[in-house]
Design a binder for this molecule. Structure first.
Ligand code: SAM
Length: 333
């Protein structure tokens, strides 16, 4: 262990003397692996700032950190003394440094649990019972899974399962800057996309701050945005997640066109134009606005009328314009 041990002191909470993250990375030869999307943050002020974005973490709370790597953000979380800290890291090379952190955290009364696991398969509900206090999901996410993980969690949120059986769960996560901006993009913002609408139906997202790429080791090609997503007490819909996603995907796949163009792809070619017009009228939405000009409410009205339509004509629900199926009539005897 290098002698260049550092004392870490923030907010009155002291961790025992420990090597710096930079020293640990050197000592354990923890070269970043590209296929694991590894970009480390060594600057303690930055890791503190990310954790501060999560809001108040008190001594009854649980924190689940995704991809702690060598443990920079983990240290900042430990200084906030949550009751429990669950670490989910896929790369087992980091286990010794995380075990070391766990040992050092002993006197802080934080129960630290370390799992070598893929967060996309990790059963959060099994590890965080419903009775627990606040749950903070925090992570400097690997770019390769960040959007998928968010979509999975929004799906869980819509169903009140997984991390979201607890009504007091929030997410503080990093994304590529453009993705972070899209998640938070307001109506009329050219960045607005499927992810903006999906995020804003179930949460209120806040773009907290941007981290320049040069703050990471190794430096990624892009800057990074820290987003806090707070689940809405009253989600804007109880429509099924898959249905919302399907309609949003169709509309935003044709983002440069009028919104009716992408929406019409939900419907088989026969009478497509008439049906599209009728559904827009029913939803009371202007079919000639661009997808990024739609409000969340307008999107939900369009999904609601489509839901009514497929209830009446269930065969339309299976229609996939990309599959170049035969016209539906050909299939009906
Ligand atoms: N938290 C560290 C930091 O900020 O310096 C490392 C962040 S690095 C961008 C992403 C971390 O997530 C890496 O440690 C990587 O091994 C881990 N990781 C990648 N894919 C993962 C997955 N599917 N489940 C859990 N961890 C994963």
């Amino acid at each position: 262990m290098p002698h260049a041990a550092v004392r870490v002191l923030t907010g009155g909470v002291r961790l025992p003397p420990m090597p710096s993250i930079r020293d640990l990375v050197k000592l354990y030869k923890l070269q970043a692996l590209k296929h694991m999307s590894q970009n480390f943050i060594m600057d303690e002020r930055l890791t503190d700032k990310i954790v501060k974005s999560a809001g108040r973490i008190d001594t009854k709370d649980t924190v689940l950190e995704v991809g702690p790597g060598p443990g920079g953000i983990t240290r900042s979380i430990l200084r906030r003394k949550p009751a429990r800290l669950i670490l989910v890291e896929k790369d087992e090379r980091f286990m010794p440094t995380l075990e070391l952190l766990k040992e050092c955290a002993g006197p802080l009364n934080t129960e630290v649990e370390i799992y070598t696991a893929d967060i996309l398969r990790f059963d959060i509900a099994k590890h965080v019972p419903m009775s627990e206090n606040r749950l903070h999901l925090i992570g400097n996410l690997p770019f390769s899974i960040s959007t998928r993980l968010l979509i999975n969690w929004l799906n869980d949120l819509s169903l009140g399962r997984g991390a979201f059986q607890n009504h007091n769960t929030s997410m503080t996560l990093t994304f590529q800057k453009e993705v972070a901006e899209r998640i938070c993009a307001e109506i009329g913002d050219a960045q607005r996309c499927r992810l903006s609408i999906m995020s804003q139906i179930w949460t209120q997202p806040f773009l907290k701050f941007i981290i320049p790429g040069k703050a990471f080791v190794p430096k990624p090609d892009v800057d990074v945005g820290v987003v806090k997503l707070v689940p809405l007490k009253h989600p804007k819909t109880d429509l099924p997640f898959e249905l919302v996603e399907r309609v949003m995907r169709c509309i935003f796949n044709m983002r440069q066109k009028y919104c009716r163009r992408g929406y019409s792809n939900l419907l088989p070619p026969e009478n497509r134009d008439e049906m599209t017009d009728a559904l827009f009228e029913l939803a009371d939405v202007d079919p000639t606005v661009r997808p990024f000009e739609l409000s969340v409410d307008e999107c939900l009205r369009l999904i609601t009328v489509y839901a009514g339509f497929i209830e009446k004509y269930p065969e339309v629900a299976d229609y996939d314009y990309r599959a170049r199926k035969k016209p539906l009539n050909d299939n009906i005897d």
